[in-house]
Design a protein around this ligand. Structure first.
Ligand code: HEC
Length: 135
């Protein structure tokens, strides 16, 4: 756990202007813990690690099903959607209802606060500033 503050600090330095308040940093930290509990067993947060599902680095603002070389379901690949914060919320809440035919197991995160934290974390591992992507 010791390396977490350093990793976080490195991330914050790498994304100037994103985590610019203490509250943002706390949200990202909470989101990282929730991501570890709910998502990391299937998703790497950076592309250098093996990942059963597609790696989620840069997912905010990315076209769905566009990570190169990942074998997506036809439903996801053909969806034509962009992962805005609103789309990511709907996905976390009910991915199989939001996109019938996806091969991601249903996760069902309905708590909006938990969604907020995970979104803050996903934003921190994305180069684009999620605050500038309309939802
Ligand atoms: C049991 C494994 C598993 C868990 C747990 C899981 N996912 Fe997934 N996820 C997948 C798989 C497999 C896919 C590919 C789905 C497809 O191709 O239809 C996927 C796809 C995605 C995508 C689409 C990415 C893209 O490149 O289009 C997002 C976003 C995503 N997951 C977010 C999450 C989040 C956030 C969590 C935690 C709340 C989570 N997933 C938990 C397996 C999982």
């Amino acid at each position: 756990m010791k390396s977490v503050p350093f990793a976080l600090a490195a991330l914050l330095l790498a994304t100037p202007g994103f985590a610019d308040t203490k509250f943002d940093q706390i949200k990202i930290g909470a989101g990282a813990a929730l991501f570890d509990a709910e998502c990391r067993r299937c998703h790497a947060s950076d592309t250098t690690h093996d990942s059963y599902g597609p790696p989620l680095e840069n997912v905010v603002g990315r076209g769905a099903g566009t990570y190169p070389d990942y074998d997506y379901s036809i439903a996801l690949e053909a969806s034509g959607i962009v992962w805005t914060p609103a789309a990511l919320r709907a996905w976390m809440e009910d991915n199989s209802g939001f996109m019938p035919g996806t091969k991601m197991r249903h996760v069902g995160i309905e708590d909006r606060t938990v969604q907020d934290f995970i979104l803050a974390y996903l934003g921190s591992i994305s180069q684009r500033d999620p605050k500038k992507i309309s939802d």
